[in-house]
Write a protein that binds this ligand. Structure first.
Ligand SMILES: N=c1c2ncn([C@@H]3O[C@H](COP(=O)(O)OP(=O)(O)OP(=O)(O)O)[C@@H](O)[C@H]3O)c2ncn1[C@@H]1O[C@H](COP(=O)(O)O)[C@@H](O)[C@H]1O
Length: 87
């Protein structure tokens, strides 16, 4: 179990150390266009899960959307604080 901030710190470390086999390194290397498409794809899956699937399936889709948002944040050099100040 990890929080949004803990996942973000983990992804920052992946971006810094670039370990072999990291999904995050691959996602960052794919560029902002591919990263944006993943956000849209996961957002659509959240919508569909909310209408048609279980709470557990919905929670999993939301976790993937949060991950994809964090990839975009990392790619653009944003920190969670940059986002939180608008909440
Ligand atoms: N939370 C996630 C996470 N959520 C989603 N994903 C990626 O998103 C993929 C699933 O998304 P899709 O449904 O689009 O899968 P897919 O279409 O079958 O996969 P692709 O064809 O897009 O590769 C997974 O295979 C992962 O590559 C994640 N990848 C990593 N994390 C976490 O990020 C941290 C760092 O991971 P690494 O960078 O892999 O070390 C770890 O704590 C991981 O748990």
């Amino acid at each position: 179990m990890k929080t949004f901030d803990e996942l973000f710190s983990e992804l920052q470390e992946r971006a810094r150390t670039r370990p072999e086999g990291s999904a995050t390194v691959a996602a960052l290397d794919a560029g902002v266009h591919a990263q944006g498409k993943k956000v849209i794809e996961e957002a659509g899956e959240v919508w569909l899960a909310a209408e048609h699937e279980s709470d557990e399936a919905l929670a999993e889709e939301i976790s993937q959307l949060l991950y994809r948002l964090q990839v975009i944040m990392l790619a653009r050099g944003l920190n969670p604080e940059d986002v939180y100040r608008y909440l």
